[in-house]
Design a protein around this ligand. Structure first.
Ligand code: GUN
Ligand code: FE
Length: 458
């Protein structure tokens, strides 16, 4: 017996290059919100399943023009920075952190303020089709836990990190961990609290060891965090080789790139996700590949702070590095992974062609760098799931029923014979939150556009 059965047409990545179309398939969802079976119209039990589950009121058939996509996985997002999204993008990374971002994040010592921002963010992400997010919170343990609680309550799968930044020289007095011992003790307590919370959270909430980036942390805290990640077998996240400045800082401090420095502290693991990675060398990429560490590509943010375009085609094709997509709110202004899919394709094409007309065309770009829309979709879905080592991001048996239902009626589709791959591309390039009808996470409906609008009308 299944909890319910959904009939509809769906799109899901097979691998980084290919997308499968499930036309009018039945998706059979278990009591625990997993996809237990997928039945095609050619199969013998197709008609009887529809009949049986309709009789029991456990059957949903999508109307004409609606399509199922896997929910998106935001692999890098700073929850507190939602309060400044869309602003403060006029300075380079170092000045941006000190002028705008640290003062904002310091305000999250106030739980009421945190509750307001975090509740709104989680709701907005769900409405934008993001079913899983890997969050940086702030240095404050209590409000970081609050973010995990809000994810738990609103039904989103959340991986949350209490940020560690303990270097007294690099961080302002008003916003840092008092000492490395305090940073490690608070992180350990946070891990234990979130593991407890996970026990009553069907979709899962996970603690994440989170050194902000090497420049903000002492050797002691980096070493201790690597040990904590191993002790509890939890996820790790940080920023890695993000910009000219951040990359050079680590070279000066350790005489090596971020990747090898992080690895020395036990911070490059199968469950680690490193944001940006615009300045990885070939050796760094090889190390990522060997360790199973993932890259969170944040194409909108990189256009502001990255000083370079991350070579995603090379990471995927040459080194088989696990790679996903991040909004990097608020280095990136948009909470939508649709927007980031679009920018990932655009940035890769600009890297491939080059941008300076005064440079001759043969030398202008980096050939082989462009990625396809299918590849960008993969990053936002299956690539994110693999990066987190969780059964999400794909429509396949034993994966979670984490989906967004897209209504294509308001998209420029003028013929019932439109090829489904064209519909898919129009959805990815043109869909907006108003086209997202419903969002489901772990077999539970967490957003219904029409119900929400009715509530607002009341
Ligand atoms: N490096 C260290 N902190 C940050 C941050 O908050 N955003 C980005 N984009 N890079 C960082
Ligand atoms: Fe970031």
């Amino acid at each position: 017996m299944f909890k319910f059965v959904v009939k509809g047409t769906a799109f899901s990545s097979i691998d980084s290059k290919n997308v499968a179309i499930f036309e009018n398939h039945l998706f059979c969802i278990s009591e625990t919100g997993m996809i237990s079976k997928i039945i095609s119209p050619e199969e013998r039990e197709y008609a009887s399943m529809i009949q049986e589950y309709s009789l029991n009121n456990k059957f949903q058939e999508l109307p004409q023009g609606q399509y199922i996509l896997p929910g998106f996985i935001d692999l890098h997002i700073h929850a507190p920075q939602w309060a400044q999204a869309g602003t403060a993008l006029d300075l380079p990374l170092y000045d941006w952190l000190n002028t705008y971002t640290f003062p904002l994040e310091a305000k999250f010592s106030d739980a009421q303020f945190a509750e307001k921002v975090y509740s709104d963010l989680v709701e907005q992400l769900i409405k934008n089709g993001t079913t899983t997010a890997l969050y940086f919170a702030t240095v404050h343990r209590k409000s970081s836990l609050l973010l995990a609680e809000i994810c738990s309550e609103k039904g989103q799968r959340g991986l949350v990190g209490k940020v560690v930044m303990d270097d007294q020289e690099q961080n302002p007095d008003y916003y840092r961990d008092a000492t490395s011992d305090v940073a490690l003790a608070e992180t350990e307590l946070f891990i234990q609290e979130v593991i407890e919370l996970n026990k009553q959270t069907p979709q899962g909430v996970y603690p994440v060891v989170t050194p902000r980036f090497i420049p903000s942390c002492t050797d002691d805290s980096l070493k201790g965090l690597g040990a904590l990640a191993a002790k509890y077998d939890v996820h790790i996240q940080s920023h890695c080789s993000e910009s000219d400045w951040a990359h050079s800082f680590v070279q000066e401090r350790f005489g090596k790139n971020d990747a090898f420095a992080l690895n020395d502290f036990g911070l490059l693991t199968e469950k680690a996700v490193m944001a940006h990675c615009g300045f990885l060398s070939d050796e760094d990429m090889k190390l990522f590949s060997e360790k199973g560490t993932a890259v969170a590509h944040c194409p909108i943010s990189n256009a502001y702070f990255g000083n370079a375009v991350t070579p995603i085609a090379k990471l995927l094709n040459e080194y088989q590095v696990e790679t996903g997509l991040g909004s990097d709110i608020s280095g990136g202004f948009s909470p939508s992974l649709f927007d980031n899919i679009r920018q990932a394709v655009i940035s890769s094409r600009m890297l491939a062609d080059g941008v300076d007309k005064d440079c001759c065309s043969e030398k202008r770009g980096v050939s082989g760098s462009s990625i396809t829309l299918n590849e960008a979709f993969y990053l936002a879905t299956a690539g994110g799931g693999e990066s987190l080592s969780l059964p999400i991001g794909k429509l396949a048996v034993d994966y979670a029923w984490d989906v967004q239902i897209i209504d294509s009626k308001r998209l420029p589709i003028f013929s019932e014979e439109e090829p489904l791959m064209d519909v898919f591309q129009k959805i990815l390039y043109l869909a907006r939150p108003e086209n997202i009808e419903e969002v489901w996470i772990q077999g539970r409906k967490v957003h219904d556009k029409n119900t929400r609008e009715l509530e607002v009308q009341k």
